[in-house]
Design a protein. Structure first.
Lengths: 121, 93
């Protein structure tokens, strides 16, 4: 279903470019998730979607609603702040869990340097 | 003319986000390990959140903004709980 809000030309141009760029960044991140080989490689690409992609689409939404209502409307900052704060926490927890599981299985991953002094492996 | 250009741009963005969600679904279904599935789930909900924001721009309603905020909150809690489960074998100790 094709529809769009009635914006002046400059605002429509800005919103269109920001939305397209944000979606393209999120798509690139997800393709990286699809194609990288090991889990520790795959942790990295989705973060460009969650940081830059969210920033661009939130900016587009801010511009769109500010122009539509003719007053500043910045509640999308909430989403951006929350996602930016929580994504590193989530992925660090996930990577630590994966590292713990790999160590328990005896896979070829770096050892735990904090508990051993001769960490030369 | 202006509205048409914006409409096509938003539709194209939604299709790109949909394809990104498909990539995440592939990672959820194919694994190969549990942490890959959790990572795919996390990417999936972030893309869904961006998709809802795009819907909000398209319709000009703020309802979609609230839905995407809730997805962001619940997705964070869900992924942290799953990571904790993978680490310890239980969520609440």
């Amino acid at each position: 279903m094709i529809q769009a809000p009635e914006l002046p030309f400059w605002a429509a141009l800005i919103v269109a470019l920001l939305v397209l760029a944000g979606a393209a960044v999120a798509l690139i991140g997800s393709i990286g998730l699809l194609r990288f080989r090991s889990f520790y490689d795959r942790v990295h690409p989705p973060t460009i979607g969650t940081s830059l992609g969210t920033l661009l689409i939130c900016l587009a939404s801010i511009v769109c609603f500010s122009v539509l209502r003719t007053r500043p409307s910045v509640h999308e900052v909430l989403i951006f702040t929350f996602v930016t704060l929580t994504t590193p926490v989530t992925y660090m927890l996930l990577a630590r869990a994966a590292l713990y599981r790999d160590r328990t299985e005896g896979s070829d991953v770096p050892r735990d340097d904090e508990s051993e002094d001769d960490a030369s492996a | 003319m202006t509205a048409l250009m914006l409409a096509w741009a938003i539709t194209a963005a939604q299709m790109m986000l949909g394809f990104a969600m498909l990539c995440a679904v592939y990672r959820i279904l194919m694994g190969p390990r549990a942490q890959d599935r959790v990572l795919g789930l996390d990417t999936f909900y972030v893309n869904a959140m961006l998709m809802l924001l795009a819907f909000g721009i398209q319709t000009g309603r703020t309802l979609y903004f609230e839905a995407s905020l809730i997805i962001a909150l619940l997705g964070f809690v869900g992924t942290v709980a799953l990571a904790k489960f993978l680490m310890r074998g239980e969520v609440i100790e």
